[in-house]
Design a protein around this ligand. Sequence first.
Ligand code: 13P
Length: 254
Amino acid sequence: MSTTRRPLIAGNWKMNGLKKDARQLSSQLAKRMAKVNRPGFDMVVCPPFPMLALVADVIKGSGVKLGAQDNHPQVSGAHTGDTSPAMLKNVGCSYAIVGHSERRTDHGESDALVKAKAEAAIAAGMIAIVCIGETLKQRKAGRALSTNRKQLQGSLPQAATAKNTVIAYEPVWAIGTGEVATPAQAQEVHGAIRAELEKLIGAKEAAKMRILYGGSMKPGNAGELIALPDVDGGLVGGAALNAADFWAIAEAAG
Ligand code: 13P
């Protein structure tokens, strides 16, 4: 966490919950957020697509922002089952997660596709949260840093700025496993990501860009992770499904 970068706490609900759950979770967060005078963090929730409009209504005016979990790289067209960035923006999304490891694995998404999706999200007026992260095999082979550098090089949108792009480092081995990166592991990768960003977009923009940690972040470990010099918040999965836990993580940020 730095004094110049405002922490971002993003909740990725993944494929969980029905209407009543989405309503309840988002209204609990909206109520808490509305009570805070000047929150020291930005908060975004990323519900499943069918819940977006409902959650948009519930959080309206509260300060909690809405995000999508994915978007198609094109504006419209014959793409059955897909959702365009313009539609997402239209229902109230100001953020879109792209390149989550579950999409890279389940849908074979390449760095080039992730980059195109991020660029489309930005063109539609949203902030792209670009996910990268190494597998356990890559880490064990001593390739954690090189894997993240390569994914960043391939996935970072053209014309990325600190205003339109957020990076999320999510080690695949930490996602949903309860096994969180140690502070030393997290800072090492976050520092390497920022150093790579300096090469790609220049030192000034790199210093302002937020880099989130994701992977088994919980109220009990969020504080020490977010306190690290190059960790600027969290992309939270399981713990984001519980309003008290998600809120506690946000409070650890500010
Ligand atoms: P968990 O917090 O459940 O490990 O998930 C992290 C994640 O994948 C967020 O995008």
